[in-house]
Design a protein around this ligand. Sequence first.
Ligand SMILES: N[C@@H](CCC(=O)N[C@@H](CS)C(=O)NCC(=O)O)C(=O)O
Length: 232
Amino acid sequence: MTIQLYDLCGADIDLRFSPHCWKTRLSFLHKGLDFETTPVPFTKVATIEGGDSRKVPVIRDGEKIVEDSYEIAKYLDAQYPDAPSLFKGEGGEAITAHIVNWSQTQLHPAVTQLCLMDIYNELAPNDQVFFRTTREKLFGCTLEEFDAKFPKTRENLEKTLFPLELTLKKQKFIGGESPLFADYVVFGALQWLRTTCTHDVLPHDSKVADWFDTLLDMYDGAGRKAKCVSQG
Ligand SMILES: N[C@@H](CCC(=O)N[C@@H](CS)C(=O)NCC(=O)O)C(=O)O
């Protein structure tokens, strides 16, 4: 049966930039599961599948609805144990929780500093109002004031990614010889940047850049083919 993925979109419904939805997309591809996506703009996310405070990704698998990219990955491994595992066991699952926390608290802020206004500029007018209101409350300043604080260079991002750079000097993926959900967690953050950012700030000339390129090309180039703002 085809699984439904509710996936965040911009004013252009083909612009799919949510880091968390990318984690789920690659989880499906990793496990070889059939899925289709429904584009959802910011102002429609909360009410997906009759909810009132949802966040994407949300999936519907038959009668089952699951929310949160990490919960979805755990659900898929439990529900489809014969397909390749996303965690390779209890230890893998526990270590991935740490990667999620690192990504969320270190990498996501570094990415936000580079592409906040680029995201805003790609939203439909009513979604821009939602995005501005919610994010300005979070940051305690206007989007423009937040954006002006940060140079649009790759320096801080590369510093944040340095532990991963060291890891990838010794192994092909965070998961070892082949990628696991932990790889997709970090991939999601960089794909968020790649799809939205109008500045040339992605990692380059590094192990992280090579690893990201490899993941972009996997699964028939699903990541590589994604619509990007900078490409028009
Ligand atoms: N922990 C969640 C985070 C989900 C999340 O923050 N999703 C964002 C889009 S990337 C969202 O739904 N935002 C809607 C909103 O801000 O109300 C996960 O990993 O799935």
